[in-house]
Design a protein around this ligand. Structure first.
Ligand SMILES: *Cc1c(COP(=O)(O)O)cnc(C)c1O
Length: 224
């Protein structure tokens, strides 16, 4: 192994305040890297490709909680529905309904986050705040009993401008509060704010993140 996964993992964990959980983003890294993190107690792993995830899920320990963190195509949902713990980046009602349908087939409830698009880049996926408001206002999600909406996920702009990143995180935190008050005030499960990656997770935890998704800092650069 080229990277001291155990040491890097503990360094990251040491930077997380109480109540903030780590999603170890293991996409494009081999099983031995994941196993090394698992052996140190890490149980939540983030992946973004269905086929790669399938191979890992079949061979690695069964008590791993797999988070799908990338853009998920609706036609791929059926493959991960039997085992996925959380789909972090739901950005349409269509996808939400498909996850619900496939989860029902396996008699499961799949946790999801709504992905908010705040960043300046046009390429990023996600719901604009208004699109997210509209999705919730329309109310069809209330009938979907095999998905549990647990909070909001977002990616900040890919920039070195710390002020900009902070602004985007805080805007998302405010949006979380708005949605929480309006739709989920009595729902304790709606509690997750997933933001922060390798280059900005320390800022994220200062901006009310409850879940950071860190890959490179733990496992090294990805080999595509
Ligand atoms: C790859 C990825 C990450 C992790 O990025 P690093 O810079 O390697 O920490 C986090 N979130 C999402 C959505 C990703 O696709």
């Amino acid at each position: 192994m080229n990277y001291d996964v155990a040491k890097n993992l503990h360094d990251v964990l040491g930077n997380l305040p109480e109540g903030v959980r780590l999603v170890a983003v293991s996409k494009f890294h081999p099983n031995e890297y994941l196993q090394a993190a698992y052996d140190e107690g890490q149980r939540i792993f983030g992946e973004s490709h269905e086929q790669e995830l399938k191979l890992k899920q079949e061979t690695l320990p069964k008590d791993i909680k797999w988070h799908f963190i990338g853009h998920l195509q609706t036609n791929k949902v059926k493959y991960i529905a039997p085992y996925i713990d959380m789909v972090e980046a739901v950005d349409s009602l269509k996808l939400l309904k498909e996850i619900n349908k496939q989860a029902a087939k396996h008699d499961r409830v799949i946790k999801v986050l709504l992905e908010l698009h705040i960043a300046q880049e046009a390429t990023k996926y996600g719901l604009t705040p208004d699109a997210c408001r509209q999705l919730l206002a329309e109310g069809e999600w209330r009938e979907l009993h095999n998905v549990q909406i647990c909070g909001i996920m977002m990616m900040a702009s890919n920039t070195d401008d710390e002020q900009q990143i902070r602004k985007e995180f805080m805007e998302t935190a405010d949006f979380f509060d708005e949605v929480k008050a309006e739709y989920f005030a009595d729902d304790d499960a709606f509690c997750e704010r997933s933001w922060g990656m390798s280059h900005d997770y320390k800022i994220a935890v200062e901006c009310r993140s409850t879940m950071v998704r860190v890959g490179t800092t733990i496992f090294g650069p990805r080999v595509y």
